[in-house]
Design a protein around this ligand. Sequence first.
Ligand SMILES: O=C(O)CCC(=O)C(=O)O
Length: 275
Amino acid sequence: MPNLTVKQIDHYNKKGYISELNVLTTKQAKEIRREIEKIEKEWPNSLDGINRNYVHLISPILNEVCLNKNILDAVESIIGKNILICGTTLFIKNPYEKGFVSFHQDAKYIGLEPHNWVTAWIAVTDSNENNGCMRMLPGSHIEDLKYHNENFDEENLLTRGQTIENVSLEMTEPIVLKAGQMSLHHPKVVHGSGINKSKDRRIGFVVQSYIGSNVDQVLGKMYVQKARGEDNFKYHEYSNIPIKLMGLNEINSRNIANNELSKIFYKGSEKIGKY
Ligand SMILES: O=C(O)CCC(=O)C(=O)O
């Protein structure tokens, strides 16, 4: 896929997101699912809690996805050519569970300034209204950051259960993706997702986020990797590139990065959530 078209960039600028970008083949999406399920099977609970984050540091296959040319070409259209990967998260909704994501803005708690960054939501399985795809509130990225309640609900997949109350569902648009497609969303766009009512898993591998090298972390320390271009600012620590699936060095790098990430997630909070 080449860089985004003018029309697609215009859509992103107006609405705060762009979706249905064909970045991976169905075969590649299946390979990612196999890798995730292999980790879950052979190292039980190793992706639980905070360890759903920085998963690209424990798997060469997941790391490779973050460096995919199609993905980076699209990201470059939004944030320019000096691109760092500052984290990944698995958003998994299993069937018969009640996981949901309350409406929120990513920029509210993550400390990445300025907002020259974008989140890439890569569909490992199909993601649709039946299995709890993301929903976006078009144009909300143009407004200021909003007040979020911190509900810490048991089934909320967000760290603090951070919630913008009273978002009208009818005003939101579903982000329907086929496995292998991707959406990109703006740091301030209001988004969330409902529960999975299907009989299969809904899996999103999310690069959270791709940042321009000019973006600093104002709440703590962050581990990055270069994806493209130059890092003239050198604001961040660099993580090791994974060589072996779940190797000791790889797990160690992931743990160090997640320990710092947890401090950022819960800065100023009296309570620590599940993730
Ligand atoms: O996967 C979801 O349903 C929500 C993910 C999300 O909030 C995000 O990628 O920023």
